[in-house]
Design a protein around this ligand. Structure first.
Ligand code: ADP
Ligand code: ZN
Length: 608
């Protein structure tokens, strides 16, 4: 009886990759492509896109040609495949002429199951002829959103990839992306001529990522406390400016954190070296501008921290999405304050873009502020932005875990808005607070604001609480900041209704001094435990497993996760296999890795 595609696909998954079962749409996609169909795969980061073309590549005759935009990404994938015993190679500018010829010859001899190619290379006549000399198994177009000029990863060569379909109409194509927004998706279909391809759209939820947003107070201390909960883990800290990257990295190093910096202003060699260390070493914290991250396939990034607001929800989703690709618990943490809003609003106002574009950017910022200020489930809010409607609150974000208190702030808001109005809409939060609290302040007196009706009407809140109120008012559009970036606050259309008090206004209740002190005692921001929750009695074995992995990785000059992912080590820790057969049953231990590394890990496991 002939073996069905579905049986063979499962067998490859079990024996080559060592995984027990498919995830989500993987099986349907693999069967469709293995049978010769075209597919468009929309799946979040960490969803398991690679298998969707790697398994069909192993099931079909010929070599699968994978278009990939980044050298680092190709190298990673090829290394991982070689570890699994799959013949794979890449063609890109990192190879010298000799090495390139060798890869070409291996392709021509039919020795490769997968060939990764940079798009500009693939489009050369030389390469197209090479590929045409044998019938490829399939074309996989990875990071397909690079075809869209709205995304920030636009690669003009991607647009010419339709040539693949024209020259090789019989070869199935599979395009994959983790981009969640609809305009980009539509552009992919149009530009890559995939109108007839089957679409597989997964939920873009990343359930293993815990979202948290905290009010910015003393960012350096807050970051330090956050990192204390992630000791020894790999993570990314995003900052808006190069200078802040340098300062933050230096500060962390001073505090004993293994931190490195990355931004476009650095020397290229140093930048590449830092990236390499982040990929290869365990527990590096990368402090970076958003120039860092595209094509970082590192599966065990345990946290992404934002010290500044991202520009949009799309940016936030993409940047935080770099955490937890391996599916293990990860954290997305952001600290933000009114000054961030002022800075971003100023950027937009002063940019060269036309009015239309500015309006779009302002709307994107507002969506992000809504997310930052929401008292409801953050995941629901995030997914709703991308058009999904989750069934209920997630239970894995700050607002779900520790629900904030809402508070009828109608009267307080009226006091704040009248104070802005009475003082002429020319002052920032510091001054307004001094007036509201009736402080004995020289500037207040000099301006005669101590004689105004709003002087001293808001002594019931302390300065931090007022700051929180003002920030929420800006986020809600009841106040607006000046475009010059001085931080002065002005009324808006919406403020007038609020001043009349026609509708009650609910705000997130800002914690008072006593509550803040209590939160500070139990660590406050550091309330998280280590992401992977290794119990004290397991720690020694865990470290020994990681050491064994690090040694094997060093010997071969590959990142540790290429040997085994954390998820696989964790399964070893929990299940304690005591024989090669038991070890082979661990998820992520395929035949080849069992043969190569089985003894080494069994040695560790049986010693405990
Ligand atoms: P993506 O490219 O979608 O971001 P990857 O292909 O890198 O995701 O897969 C993410 C992680 O999930 C990898 O560690 C991969 O080995 C693992 N993975 C993928 N499919 C499965 C599966 N069916 N079972 C277990 N792990 C899987
Ligand atoms: Zn939630």
């Amino acid at each position: 009886m002939p073996v069905s595609i579905s049986d063979s696909a499962l067998q490859v998954l079990n024996t080559v990759f060592g995984y027990p079962a498919f995830r989500g749409d993987q099986q349907a996609i693999i069967e469709h492509v293995a049978a010769g169909g075209d597919a468009l795969v929309l799946m979040p980061t960490g969803g398991g896109k690679s298998l969707c073309y790697q398994i069909p590549a192993l099931l079909r005759e010929g070599t699968a040609v994978v278009v990939s935009p980044l050298i680092a990404l190709m190298q990673d994938q090829v290394q991982a495949l070689l570890q699994l015993g799959v013949e794979a190679a890449f063609l890109n500018s990192s190879l010298d002429a000799q090495a390139q010829r060798e890869v070409e010859q291996r392709y021509a001899r039919g020795e490769l199951k997968l060939l990764y190619v940079a798009p500009e290379r693939l489009l050369t006549e030389r390469c197209l002829e090479l590929i045409g000399a044998r019938m490829p198994a399939l074309f996989a177009i990875d990071e397909a959103h690079c075809v869209s000029q709205w995304g920030h990863d636009f690669r003009p060569e991607y647009r010419q990839l339709t040539i693949l379909h024209e020259r090789f109409p019989a070869v199935p194509r599979i395009a994959l992306t983790a981009t969640a927004d609809a305009p980009t998706r539509n552009e992919i279909v149009e530009r890559l001529n995939l109108g007839d391809a089957s679409r597989f759209v997964a939920s873009f939820d990343r359930p293993n990522i815990r979202y948290r947003v905290v009010e910015k107070d003393n960012p350096r201390r807050q970051l330090k406390a956050f990192l204390d909960g992630h000791r020894g883990e790999s993570g990314i800290v995003y900052c808006l400016s190069r200078r802040k990257v340098d300062e933050t990295a230096a500060g962390l190093v001073e505090d004993g954190v293994h931190a490195l910096a990355y931004h476009a202003g650095m020397d290229a060699t140093e930048r590449a070296a830092n990236q390499q260390r982040f990929l290869r070493e365990d527990g590096v914290v990368m402090v970076a501008t958003i120039a860092f991250g595209m094509g970082i396939d590192k599966p065990d990034v345990r946290f992404v921290a934002h010290l500044d607001l991202p520009k949009s929800m799309e940016g936030y989703y993409q940047e935080t999405g770099r955490a937890g690709r391996d599916g293990l618990p990860a954290e997305a943490w952001m600290t933000y304050g009114l000054a961030d809003v002022v800075t971003l609003a100023q950027f937009i106002a002063q940019s060269e873009s036309g009015e239309e574009r500015k309006r779009v950017e302002r709307a994107k910022l507002d969506a992000l502020l809504g997310f930052a200020e929401t008292t409801a489930c953050r995941r629901q809010r995030l997914l709703a932005y991308f058009g999904e409607t989750p069934a209920g609150p997630c239970g894995n974000c700050d607002n779900c875990l520790d629900p904030p208190q809402n508070w009828d702030a109608t009267v307080v808001v009226q006091k704040a808005l009248s104070c802005v109005y009475r003082t002429g809409q020319r002052y920032g939060v510091g001054h307004l607070t001094a007036v509201l609290r009736g402080e004995d302040d020289e500037r207040v007196r000099a301006l005669g604001h101590d004689r105004q009706s709003t002087f001293g009407i808001g002594a019931e809140l302390d300065a931090r609480q007022w700051r929180s109120v003002f920030r929420q008012l800006v986020a809600a559009g009841l106040l607006t900041t000046d475009e010059e970036g001085y931080g002065t606050l002005r009324l808006t259309e919406a403020s007038r209704a609020a001043l009349r008090g026609s509708e009650p206004i609910w705000l997130r209740r800002p914690p008072g001094k006593a509550e803040r002190r209590a939160a500070g005692r139990d660590g406050g921001a550091a309330r998280t435990r280590q992401s992977l929750d290794i119990a004290p009695h397991e720690a020694a074995l865990w470290d020994a497993l990681r050491d064994a992995r690090a040694r094997l990785a060093r010997e071969q000059g590959v990142p540790a996760y290429v040997i085994f992912h954390d998820a696989t080590l964790l399964a070893m820790l929990r299940e304690r296999p005591q024989s090669l057969r038991e070890l082979g049953a661990i998820s992520g231990v395929g035949e080849r890795k069992l043969a190569r590394y089985g003894e080494a890990f069994l040695g560790v496991l049986t010693a405990f």
